[in-house]
Design a protein around this ligand. Structure first.
Ligand SMILES: [Zn+2]
Length: 191
């Protein structure tokens, strides 16, 4: 009986994760990777629960973004990426000491943690430009460790993401914005 209960709980968590990911407009490939569900099952969930809603969830087609440039292209983006990266680190989705961190494939617990990070991020920065898929791309890039680094500015203590391959290294985006506009968005400074 207990084995059946455990299996039921695992299936329920997987189903809940898929629903949560669809709400965040994750792509089918991302949902498949994180839940272990087959594509046709994911499509059925979408059609059954989201397609005919009063406010239907958009379904993103194609592959997830893999370029890292847009994550750090502007100071605003580099700061948003920094806030999201800090949330990912605090939730154990990657390790600085022992990269890349926990195995994420079909790891339902970590999939839920990733959703929690994104939901916290949305609350911290209501007018953000980073979508869930770009956040997923950010996490994968940080875990690979060959393109993106995380830094903390010694002057203003803000955490930001920078391109490891760009020389000289980008200046702190918060200081840059402050110098440029003399006002950094409060929500980014305090996140
Ligand atoms: Zn700074």
């Amino acid at each position: 009986m207990r084995a059946t209960d455990d299996r039921y709980r695992r299936e329920q968590a997987r189903f809940n994760l898929a629903m949560r990911l669809i709400e965040h407009e994750a792509r089918t490939g991302t949902i498949r990777y994180l839940t272990g569900l087959q594509d046709d099952r994911i499509r059925k969930l979408y059609t059954t629960y989201f397609k005919y809603d009063a406010q239907p969830v958009r379904r993103r087609r194609g592959r997830s973004p893999t370029r890292v440039g847009p994550l750090v292209r502007t100071p605003q983006r580099a700061l948003e990426s920094g806030v999201f990266a800090r949330l990912l680190l605090a939730n154990g989705l990657f390790c600085v000491d022992r990269p890349p961190g926990p195995n994420l494939k079909a790891n339902v617990d970590f999939g839920h943690r990733l959703c929690e990070c994104f939901e916290s991020f949305e609350q911290l920065i209501p007018h953000h430009s980073l979508s869930f898929e770009w956040g997923w791309n950010l996490l994968q890039s940080i875990r690979r460790g060959d393109e993106l680094g995380i830094a903390r500015c010694e002057k203003c203590r803000v955490c930001y993401v920078f391109d490891l391959l760009s020389l000289p290294r980008n200046a702190c985006p918060a200081c840059l914005l402050f110098e440029r506009e003399r006002a950094v968005p409060f929500e980014l400074m305090s996140a």
